[in-house]
Design a binder for this molecule. Structure first.
Ligand code: APR
Ligand code: PHB
Length: 391
């Protein structure tokens, strides 16, 4: 088989770039290790910045997001179960907001759009291997049952997430990896209950951080910070609700609707960046090149800017023979990626309880939070990062 762009990974990054390229008449094939059902059963984050939403519209996949997504113009930060203050995103970001719309739904919309346009997405591929990336004729092989299949292409996009094969195809002496592992994880619960608050609550508490989020007015998503040693099985639904309530302001705890968990999982918190994001004719995008802790809701949104830069660079190459975008891709993408890293690290540090914390650190957190709510400049910094820095 032959295509212009071979895309490894059928998550949001891979599907979105495939869809955008298609609309510009550029052919691609997406290779996905799992089935569509498996990919769509994964519960992931749910806050989209406006730049991502714009890309979804440009990809002609924005209709359901527009209809079912909720526009959020602010969120709350509570402290010690006592104070609860609102961050006015719209006011402090110059009129911007975010859209609450599950990544699972967004991925479904992208799959539907690809299917409607006859997009080539091949599922259940095994042993994907990238070849001759430094040459002008790279190719990708994969196993389909007993058969090894080959796809010749101009470019390979590595959109296969943190555990994918693409980043690992870059020689060790070329790739520099930066990593920070946090000494805790988030235990997340999805429940068919009315969300406790119409806007998200980020809760700082000595017992550990908590987050009240939602997918719709009948579907809630809650998280609590837990030690890395905890397992999902350690937490009954009852224990989860009890602990969540202890970390929230009394008025919210009192009106919390509880119910059976539909999904319950622990995600460790990690920051990671791989540099460069290009090797020969391979371009990394999304989680394959960088990971953030979820506190600033930047994960999916950092993938969006990669896709934006790469898509425009490929269009310039194919339509005008202009390779400046491709040549500058890695540096441009990384500049924004690192800003999202800084912001995610800052919000994580501000709101979590660190096991090795000393009283001095705790006071600094207090002051950081006080400063935030006493300074328009600090608030503007939070707001512009949360709604997404410009591409
Ligand atoms: N071959 C083919 N596909 C693979 C391989 C492989 N060797 N390895 C992984 N994949 C697939 C995974 O099954 C997955 O569906 O690549 C896809 C990668 O998708 P994501 O992990 O969702 O990554 P990405 O598309 O970059 O999405 C951005 O930002 O923080 C987040 O949660 C957010 O997942 C979201 C991400
Ligand atoms: C979520 O709804 O899953 C969510 C929202 C905001 C975050 C992280 C996760 O910062």
């Amino acid at each position: 088989m032959k295509t212009q762009v071979c895309i490894i990974g059928g998550g949001p990054s891979g599907l979105l770039i495939s869809q955008l390229l298609h609309l510009q008449g550029i052919d691609s094939v997406v290779l996905e290790r799992h089935s569509r059902e498996y990919v769509l059963a994964r519960i992931r984050a749910g806050v989209l910045e406006h730049g991502f939403a714009d890309l979804m519209r440009e990809a002609k996949c924005g209709e359901r997001m527009e209809r079912e997504g909720e526009i959020h113009e602010g969120f709350f930060i509570s402290d010690a179960g006592v104070t609860k203050r609102r961050v006015d995103l719209k006011k402090y970001s110059g009129g911007n907001s975010v859209i609450v719309y599950g990544q699972t739904e967004l991925t479904r919309d992208l799959y539907d759009a690809r299917a409607n346009m006859g997009g080539k997405v091949i599922h259940n591929v095994e042993d994907v291997k990238l070849h001759d990336l430094k040459s002008g004729a790279p190719y990708v092989t994969y196993r389909d049952g007993d058969e090894i299949k080959r796809i010749d292409c101009d470019y390979v996009v590595g959109a296969d997430g943190f555990h994918g094969v693409s980043r690992k195809s870059i020689p060790k002496d070329v790739l520099k990896e930066y990593e920070k592992i946090y000494p805790f994880g988030w235990l997340g619960v999805l429940s068919r209950t009315k969300p406790v608050s119409p806007e998200l609550i980020y809760a700082r508490h000595e017992r550990g951080f908590a987050l009240c989020s939602l997918r719709s007015q009948v579907l809630s998503r809650y998280y609590i910070q837990v030690p890395l040693t905890d397992k999902e099985e350690d937490w009954s639904d009852e224990a989860f609700w009890e602990e969540l309530k202890k970390r929230l302001p009394a008025e919210d705890a009192a009106k919390m609707q509880t119910g059976p968990s539909i999904e319950k999982s622990i995600a460790p918190l990690r920051s990671f960046v791989a540099e460069p994001m290009r090797y020969g004719n391979l371009f990394l995008a999304g989680d394959s090149a960088h990971i953030v802790p979820p506190t600033g809701a930047r994960g999916l949104n950092s993938a969006a800017s990669d896709i934006y830069y790469l898509y425009h660079a490929m269009v310039a190459h194919y339509k005008k023979g202009d390779d400046r975008g491709l040549d500058g891709y890695s540096a441009k993408a990384l500049a924004r990626v690192w800003k999202a890293q800084r912001f995610s690290w800052w919000m994580t540090t501000l709101l979590h309880t660190f096991p090795d914390t000393i009283p001095y650190d705790r006071r600094l957190q207090d002051i950081d939070l006080d400063y935030l709510f006493s300074s328009d400049a600090a608030m503007a910094s939070l707001a512009e990062n949360y709604v997404g820095l410009p591409f």
